[in-house]
Every structure is written in structure tokens, then in C-alpha cells.
Design a protein around this ligand. Structure first.
Ligand code: SF4
Ligand code: SF4
Length: 409
């Protein structure tokens, strides 16, 4: 698709990047059936191709409106379209650019800006989110049903992390909301890794990975958080940690992208590149053969339906590993259709676009539960909480299921 950057973008680096990204799109439309929002609304402007047209208009300086912004807002950034595109269009980069441009050209009304800022502050600061969550849990029985479903019950006491005792060490990131909502996930990860000969350490000074700010349009804030985390992570990598591990696939994806996001920063480009290269999703650290060696009998565990988060399968392009790990841990995988469809969580999307989000969740849960699994497994806290709120069966992080199998094996 040819485009000629105009206005403030003519002759700029950003304009050239936009031109190169848009050029790869040949209008074929193969991406349309893969797009969750297009499948729900049937509107071309809610499809990847339609949004690329809108972004081209922004790049060419054509008038933009709140409707342009709304169609870009409705994108889940799930990147299912990238996997379906035969021309290699980097849609994820394009939507980031389109959102930056539309924020500049069509400023949001004050209430919208205030709401987005409030979500950013609440969900990216553990010191705010933790007390707010505990208050919600205390008052849970008196909350309106819609809100009550979003507040999980207070977890039972979580065991401490095992003490470091192995030569092999990794950094296990705590995350922002996961530390409050489901602390048992990282405890399970630490126990599994300890059993397999790897100790975990915490960063202590970790901040939000920046994904939340990045997708809400607070780009500078996201980059500040990235720089802070680069400093914190590099110190541990230099001290011998073999990887920086995230048990939340959305956070892992963001950190793997630091190298690109900070490529033009003369002080941070090299450090960010090294941190991204050292970052692993938890599923890349636990090896199937390690679980096989433990000798858990196949088919003795629960029947599990696997929900691959978009950030894992489309973003990090990790497919098949968790399924193999669950089977090695004795689970029976229950086939589910719509494996590439987003569940509708997508960070704060479920709060900002509730109708689309709930429709996608309904479709996803129907596919996941069709064959009567005992559990649904996933790899990202956002998907987990979003599905849990409406699921007829428990939804757990896959590492918790593996940890339970190991404890009984
Ligand atoms: S599949 Fe790729 S090339 Fe075809 S319309 Fe979609 S983004 Fe463009
Ligand atoms: S990222 Fe997801 S929601 Fe957005 S256009 Fe691509 S497939 Fe559709």
C-alpha cells in the first residue's frame, strides 16, 4: 500500500518508518477472518486492513476524528493478524504508531483521559493496587455483582519461595497485578524450578514492565519504566543470573521488546538489547525432559483445556511448549476450537471496551469448555482473571498445575 507522509511526518524518521510498514500491505484481506473484532462487528474498519487504511490517512495528514480513534481503540493488539498475513506486515508496530498519531491529533475528552490515567496508576503501582485489592476483597460480598466478579477472593496463605541453593539462578519477575491477585503463581514457579535444579531470585526494585502505559498511550511513562528495569535487570545478569523470567506472557513480551523500543536511546540501547536477549517466558525455562525424568505417569492428572494467550502465541511466538509440559506433568489435554482467538482480556481492554470483551470471552469459554475439561490452563494473569470471572470450571496458571503434579509425584 503506497503512502506519502505529509504534515509533521514528511521527511521525518517516523514518517519513513510508517511508509515502510504500510508498504508491505497488499490489501489481500487474508487477515480479516483472524481478527476477533472484525468477527464480532463485521465492520471493515474494525479489521486489520481497515485500521491500516485509517493509519495511512493519519500518516498522510488527512482529517481524523473520534471515530478514527474509536476503531483503533477497539483493536486488542492481539496480533493474530500478523500470524495470518502472507506479506509479513508488522501490524503491532503499525497500531502503536497509529495510536501515537491519533492521540496527538484527536485529544481525548478529559473524563476519558482521567479514566485511562487512573487505570495506569492503579494497575502499574503495586503499592496502590495491593491495598485497593485487599479493600475490595474485604467488601467483596457487598459489592455489586459486576464488580464482585472482577475481584477474586483473597488467596489462602501462600508458602514462601524456596531458599536459593543451586548454582543455576534466574531472576523471577513479580509483575504488578499478579503479585496481589495470584501470588501462588510465582511460588509455584519457584518450587518447580527449585525441584528441577534452578534457584530464583527477585529483583526487589522492579517496576511495571511498561506494557500498560504503552498500550494506553502513555509512551514516555512506559519508556521510563523500561529504562528503570533495564538498570535493575542488567545488574543481576552481570552478577550471574542466567535469565530474566516472567510468568506473565504479556510482561515477558514487553521486556523482550525493550531492545527495539530503546534502540534510539544512546544511553540505553545496548543495555536494553541485552536485557531483551536474556528474557524468557517461564515456558522456555522449564524443560519437558526435566519433567519426564521425574517420572509422572501420563494421563494421571486432570483433563485440561489450554488457552494460549495472544502475547504468548502471537507476540512471543511460543506454541506447543506449554501443552507438552502439561502432558509431561500427567495432564490430559482436551482439544478446544478457536485456539488463536483472543479471550478479550488485553490489559485494560476488558474495562474500556466491555461489550466486545465480554462477547469474545463468551465465545472463548464456549470453545474451551465444550468437551468438559476439569480445568482451564493459561499463561497470563490478565487472561486468567478475565476468564475466571465467567468460567464454569477453575482457571489456573499452567505452572500451578505442574507444581501440583510434582508435589504428588
Ligand atoms: S493479510 Fe497482510 S497484506 Fe493482506 S490485507 Fe491483511 S495486513 Fe494487508
Ligand atoms: S491486533 Fe488483533 S484485534 Fe487488532 S487488528 Fe490485529 S487481529 Fe484484529
Amino acid at each position: 500500500m503506497f503512502t506519502q507522509p505529509a504534515g509533521g511526518l514528511a521527511g521525518t524518521e517516523r514518517g519513513k518508518q510508517a511508509q515502510a510498514l504500510i508498504r508491505n500491505c497488499v490489501h489481500c484481506g487474508f487477515c480479516l477472518p483472524a481478527c476477533p473484532t472484525y468477527r464480532v462487528t463485521g465492520n471493515e474498519l474494525d479489521s486489520p486492513r481497515g485500521r491500516i487504511y485509517l493509519i495511512r490517512q493519519l500518516v498522510e495528514g488527512s482529517p481524523a476524528s473520534a471515530t478514527t480513534r474509536e476503531h483503533l481503540d477497539r483493536c486488542l493488539t492481539c496480533r493474530a493478524c500478523e500470524r495470518a498475513c502472507p506479506s509479513g506486515v508488522e501490524y503491532g508496530r503499525l497500531i502503536d504508531l497509529g495510536r501515537e498519531l491519533v492521540e496527538e491529533r484527536v485529544p481525548r475528552p478529559l473524563p476519558q483521559r482521567a479514566l485511562r490515567r487512573a487505570f495506569l496508576e492503579l494497575f502499574s503501582r503495586r503499592r496502590l493496587f495491593g491495598p485497593a485489592l485487599r479493600a475490595g476483597q474485604t467488601l467483596r460480598n457487598w459489592l455489586p455483582r459486576a464488580l464482585r466478579l472482577r475481584v477474586p477472593p483473597r488467596p489462602s496463605t501462600v508458602a514462601h519461595l524456596p531458599l536459593p541453593r543451586h548454582a543455576r539462578r534466574v531472576v523471577l519477575l513479580e509483575g504488578c497485578v499478579q503479585a496481589g491477585l495470584a501470588p501462588a503463581i510465582n511460588t509455584a514457579a519457584a518450587r518447580v524450578l527449585d525441584r528441577l535444579g534452578v534457584s530464583v531470585q527477585r529483583l526487589g526494585s522492579e517496576q511495571c514492565c511498561g506494557a500498560l502505559g504503552h498500550h494506553l498511550g502513555f509512551t514516555q511513562r512506559a519508556l521510563e519504566q523500561a529504562r528503570h528495569n533495564v538498570d535493575a535487570c542488567l545488574a543481576t545478569v552481570d552478577a550471574g543470573a542466567e535469565a530474566i523470567v516472567s510468568s506473565a506472557s504479556a510482561c515477558g513480551l514487553m521486556i523482550k521488546d525493550y531492545g527495539r523500543l530503546l534502540a534510539d536511546d544512546p544511553h540505553y540501547s545496548e543495555g536494553a538489547r541485552r536485557v531483551s536477549a536474556a528474557t524468557r517466558d517461564l515456558a522456555e525455562v522449564v524443560e519437558v525432559q526435566d519433567l519426564v525424568r521425574v517420572g509422572i505417569a501420563r494421563g494421571t492428572g486432570p483433563r485440561v483445556a489450554w488457552q494460549a494467550p495472544c502475547t504468548l502465541q502471537h507476540g512471543q511466538q511460543i506454541s506447543g511448549r506449554v501443552e507438552a509440559l502439561l502432558e509431561a506433568a500427567g495432564c490430559t489435554l482436551v482439544p478446544a476450537a478457536e485456539g488463536t482467538l483472543c479471550c478479550g482480556s488485553a490489559g485494560t481492554y476488558s474495562l474500556l471496551q466491555p461489550a466486545l470483551s465480554e462477547e469474545l470471552r463468551t465465545r472463548k469459554l464456549a470453545a474451551l469448555t465444550l468437551r468438559g475439561p476439569d480445568l482451564i490452563a493459561t499463561a497470563n494473569i490478565g487472561c486468567l482473571e478475565h476468564l475466571r470471572a465467567a468460567s464454569p470450571v477453575p482457571v489456573r496458571h499452567w505452572i500451578e498445575i505442574v507444581a501440583d503434579s510434582l508435589a504428588g509425584g
